[in-house]
Design a binder for this molecule. Structure first.
Ligand code: 3HC
Length: 291
């Protein structure tokens, strides 16, 4: 039975994963090494709760109770008392492996270590631990408050019990688990999304269509809620960049390398909505304008 959950990484995903779990009644600790990021995450979470109260989705009392179930910390020692960990740190394998090794030494024997990564598969992270049967991926989609799918991925050593507990947790927090019994980087949804995004970038770099034209076509012809460039700005251009860079480092296949235009944006720190500039420009209130 899972009560206490540790979420590692207070970015947009970690913050919303924490809130989703707390809304379902779990006690959540949100950990990050960066105190400023924790403060910002706490503010974002409080704002999302206030929004739900305002819309009448939950009562003011439920909102307060939800917030009281979330604590933030920059001490990884908090891992000592948790039943389940969702790691949502930066998409860099060395960082994640170091975290998994440290978490493995801290968490109770029964605890499960799950990663929100879609670029790295469970076996790459499990190798850093002494609990390979209790490691899997639990991959959320952005915005995690809204998107109902989670991918639950089994590595070669992951036990049935770990998958069962993870599926039960996903259902309890209101998500629809899609279980993959074999590892493949990107899993299902991001592989399909990646193919669309690569084609969109190739049309742009080939000077066949503009960012706005491609996004408009995807929304109005294909019924996508957002075009691929709008979506990259939402999820963070650096996320896809790091994932592709890691895949290229492994495969050496030029088709896996980050594209010229994405690399240029990342090098300029133009990472999408979170930095105010990406494929589009954003005002402080989040309004989007073409560049
Ligand atoms: N955070 C939290 N909640 C948000 C949000 C955000 N960033 N953006 C919108 N919402 C909420 C709103 O509050 C609203 O909630 P309500 O129903 O309780 O009132 C609801 O979403 C709908 O919002 P809006 O009416 O303002 O806007 P839209 O109807 O245009 O929906 C959207 C916004 C849900 C983001 C929609 O455009 C969408 O589904 N976009 C595609 C998202 C997507 O494809 N995500 C997957 C990305 S891939 C990924 O995450 C993988 C990872 O590995 C990178």
């Amino acid at each position: 039975m899972i009560d206490r959950i540790l979420v590692v990484g207070a970015g947009a995903m970690g913050s919303q994963i924490s809130l989703v779990c707390a809304l379902a009644g779990h006690r959540v600790t949100l950990y990050d090494i960066d105190a400023d990021r924790l403060t910002a995450a706490h503010g974002d979470i409080a704002e999302l709760v206030a929004g739900r109260v305002h819309k009448g989705r939950i009562s003011a009392g439920e909102g307060e109770a939800t917030l009281s179930r979330i604590e933030v910390t920059s001490e990884l020692d908090a891992a000592r008392t948790v039943d389940y960990v969702v790691e949502a740190a930066v998409e860099q394998l060395d960082v994640k492996r170091e975290l998994f090794a440290r978490l493995d030494a801290l968490v109770p024997e029964h605890a499960i270590l799950a990663s929100n990564s879609s670029g790295f598969v469970p076996s790459q992270l499990a190798e850093a631990t002494q609990r390979q049967d209790r490691v899997c991926n639990l991959h959320f989609f952005n915005p995690a408050m809204v998107m109902t799918c989670v991918e639950v991925v089994r590595g070669p050593q992951t036990s049935d019990a770990t998958i069962d507990v993870t599926v039960a947790l996903a259902e309890r927090i209101g998500k629809t688990p899609v279980v993959l019994d074999r590892e493949i980087p990107g899993f299902v949804a991001n592989r399909i999304l990646g193919a669309v995004r690569d084609e969109a970038i190739s049309l742009l770099e080939g000077d066949f269509a503009s960012v706005e034209a491609i996004d408009t076509a995807c929304r109005t012809a294909l019924g996508y809620p957002m075009g691929p460039f709008e979506l990259m700005d939402l999820t963070g251009i650096d996320i896809g960049y790091f994932t592709k860079r890691a895949r290229f480092a492994e495969s050496g296949d030029p088709a896996d390398a980050p594209s010229r235009s994405v690399t240029a944006l990342v090098e300029r720190g133009e990472l999408g909505r979170k930095s105010g500039l990406g494929w589009y420009a954003y005002t402080a209130d989040g309004t989007k304008t073409p560049r």
